[in-house]
Design a protein around this ligand. Structure first.
Ligand code: BJ8
Length: 432
C-alpha cells in the first residue's frame, strides 16, 4: 500500500456469489478508495496504529465479508442492524455476528428515491438504496435484519425492506416510565427468542456473560480513546476518531478491541510527551447529534481542513454507543437480561420524550472533552434531533458554550455554505 493512496480491494467472484451488482459496485469501490486517500492519508502526524484501520478499509469489501461468508457456512447467523438499541450482546451470545448497516453514502440515494419519498432522512434512503440496488456486500451477506421503531422513516421503511430481506422489528418505547421499561424488557426477551430460533443455538447464562464481557471490552477501548482525545494538543485527529467509531460497527470485536488498545498505548505516549496532530491553539470542537455512518466524513473533513480539531462525537456512532456498560456481576439469565435492559435504556436518543438526560450529557461531555464549542449536526428531515437542538442551544447559551447547528445530507452541494458557516464559528472561538 502506497503511503498516500489506498486501493479498496476487489473480490468480484465473492460479490457475485452474494448477488451484488458487480459492475455498478466496482465503480463505487474506486470512488471510495479515492475519497479515503484524500480525506485520511493526506493527514500529517497520523499515529502508526492507524495502519490497521487503513487496512480494514482496504479490505472493507473483502476480508471481513469473507469472514461473514465463512460464519454463514458454519451456521452462525449474520444479523444486520440500524440502531444501537438492538442488543448485539445477544447476537454474539448465540454465536452470531452483528453488522451495523446504516448507510452514509450518497451513491445509492437515487435508487431509494425511485421508491421512497425524497423528503426523508438520507441515512434511511442510503441504507435502503444499498439493498435495492444490490451494491453492499454486507447487506447481501446478512441472513436477516433487525430494525426498530425509533423514528417514522425507519419503522415504515422496514415494511418495504422486508420484501428484499427478512426484516424483524423491535419496539423501542418512546418514554422511560416504569411501564416503558417493562415493555422494553419483554422486547429484549422476544429478541433473544428470535435469535435463538434463527441460529438454532439456545443461549446459556455463560454464553451471555461472555458476550457481555466481550462487548463491554470493546466499549471500554472506545471510552479510552475518547479520554485520550480530551488532551491538548489532540493526539489523534477527529477524522481518525470518527473512522474508528464507524469501524466498530462491522469489525470482529475481539480483534478490533486489541488493535484499538494498541493504538491507545501509542496515543498515551503522545499525550505524555505533549505530541499532537494539531497545534494546541486549534479550536477544539465537539460534534453532537445524528449518527455519521461510513463513509460520511463531511463535517469532520470541513472542520479539520479549516484548522479545527474534533475531540468528541456525542452521537450513536460515538459516545452514545460506548458511554454505558452492562454490569458484569449478573449471576443468572434473568439478572443479566435486566442489567442489559437497564444499560440500553440509558441511551438518550432524541426519539424519547422527555429527553433531559441528553441535554445534561452533552454539557458533561463538552466539559470532559475540553472542547471550546459544540457543532450540532442534524441529518436532513430528522425531526427529533432537529427540534431537540432548540433545547441544546438554550442550555449552551446558559452555560456560555459557543454553539452552531447545521443540517445537511450526503450530497456535496452544501459544502461551500457549510464551510462559510463553520469558518465563522471557528473564528468566533479563536477570538474568545
Ligand atoms: S438510538 S439516533 S441509532 S434511532 S434514521 S432518528 S437520523 S431520521 S439514526 Fe438513531 Fe437509534 Fe436513535 Fe441512535 Fe433521525 Fe434519520 Fe431516523 Fe436516525
Amino acid at each position: 500500500m502506497d503511503a498516500k493512496t489506498i486501493e479498496i480491494k476487489s473480490y468480484p467472484e465473492m460479490w457475485e456469489s452474494l448477488g451484488v451488482n458487480v459492475e455498478r459496485f466496482e465503480k463505487m469501490r474506486c470512488v471510495m478508495g479515492d475519497m479515503y486517500s484524500k480525506t485520511f492519508l493526506m493527514q500529517d502526524k497520523r499515529p502508526a496504529g492507524m495502519d490497521y484501520f487503513d487496512y480494514t478499509i482496504s479490505e472493507i469489501h473483502g476480508a471481513r465479508v469473507a469472514e461473514l461468508v465463512e460464519a454463514k457456512k458454519s451456521k452462525r447467523p449474520v444479523v444486520g442492524t440500524f440502531c444501537v438499541f438492538v442488543p448485539e450482546e445477544i447476537i454474539v451470545a448465540a454465536g452470531g455476528i452483528c453488522i451495523g448497516l446504516c448507510g452514509g453514502s450518497q451513491g445509492p440515494v437515487p435508487d431509494a428515491e425511485r421508491i421512497l419519498p425524497r423528503n426523508i432522512c438520507p441515512m434511511v434512503k442510503s441504507a435502503y438504496g444499498f439493498k435495492v440496488a444490490k451494491v453492499c456486500p454486507y447487506f447481501q451477506a446478512v441472513d436477516f435484519v433487525y430494525g426498530e421503531t425509533t423514528c417514522d422513516a425507519k419503522k415504515k421503511t422496514w415494511e418495504l425492506l422486508d420484501r428484499e430481506v427478512p426484516t424483524y422489528v423491535m419496539e423501542i418505547p418512546q418514554m422511560k416510565r416504569e411501564r416503558d421499561k417493562a415493555l422494553w424488557l419483554e422486547e429484549v426477551k422476544d429478541f433473544k427468542t428470535t435469535i435463538e430460533d434463527k441460529s438454532g443455538h439456545a443461549i446459556s447464562a455463560d454464553d451471555l456473560a461472555n458476550a457481555i464481557s466481550l462487548i463491554n471490552g470493546k466499549r471500554r477501548a472506545l471510552q479510552r480513546l475518547n479520554r485520550l482525545r480530551s488532551h491538548t494538543p489532540a493526539p489523534i485527529s477527529g477524522k481518525d476518531g470518527l473512522l474508528i467509531e464507524q469501524i466498530a460497527f462491522y469489525d470482529d470485536p475481539t480483534r478490533f478491541t486489541q488493535k484499538l488498545n494498541d493504538l491507545c498505548d501509542e496515543l498515551e505516549e503522545r499525550v505524555k510527551s505533549g505530541f499532537g496532530v494539531a497545534p494546541s491553539s486549534s479550536p477544539r470542537i465537539m460534534v453532537s447529534g445524528t449518527p455519521m455512518a461510513l463513509p460520511n466524513w463531511k463535517i469532520h473533513n470541513i472542520v479539520e481542513t479549516l484548522g479545527g480539531v474534533i475531540v468528541n462525537e456525542e452521537s450513536c456512532i460515538g459516545t452514545r454507543y460506548f458511554k454505558d456498560l452492562i454490569d458484569e456481576e449478573g449471576a443468572d439469565m434473568d439478572r443479566m437480561l435486566a442489567d442489559l435492559t437497564d444499560r440500553y435504556m440509558k441511551i438518550d436518543c432524541s426519539c424519547f420524550t422527555p429527553n433531559n438526560e441528553r441535554i445534561d450529557q452533552v454539557i458533561r461531555e463538552y466539559k470532559e472533552s475540553n472542547a471550546q464549542g459544540i457543532l450540532h449536526y442534524c441529518l436532513q428531515f430528522c425531526h427529533t434531533y432537529n427540534i431537540e437542538a432548540v433545547r441544546l442551544r438554550e442550555a449552551c447559551e446558559k452555560e456560555g458554550v459557543p454553539f452552531l447547528a447545521v443540517e445537511s445530507d450526503y450530497s456535496p452541494e452544501d459544502v461551500g455554505q457549510l464551510q462559510t458557516r463553520i469558518e465563522a464559528f471557528l473564528e468566533q472561538i479563536r477570538e474568545a
